[in-house]
Design a protein. Sequence first.
Length: 132
Amino acid sequence: MGHLWGANFYEAIAIARYKKDRWSFSGKLTLGKKGFDFEDEAISYGGNIYQSYEDRFSDVGNELAQGNTANIFIADLQGNYLINPSNRLSLFAGFTYRKFSPKVSTQTYPEGNTVWFSAGIRADLFNWYLDF
């Protein structure tokens, strides 16, 4: 099983859900720290899963998130109003905020904040998405 962040990281996730009548709300907070390899070095700090582990930083004293350490914060808030329960037709709106702050900002991994807004109408005929 893989992870979207690859390797050399740790994270903490908090998920909350609330439902009342036809209204439902959910929130997800992700806090993490990931170590990337530096672009100008051939040494592997563990951030690139495709780089040879023979060129590693050290045989002893390695830690999680070593290398070009980045702090990552993601907040995802969703709201939903159920219009038709038979086909789960609903109106939804969402807000996602992401803050990415590496120790050394590079062209590949620039420091920055991202904000997404979403809204629409959907029918969840087969809603099998589970967040483990």
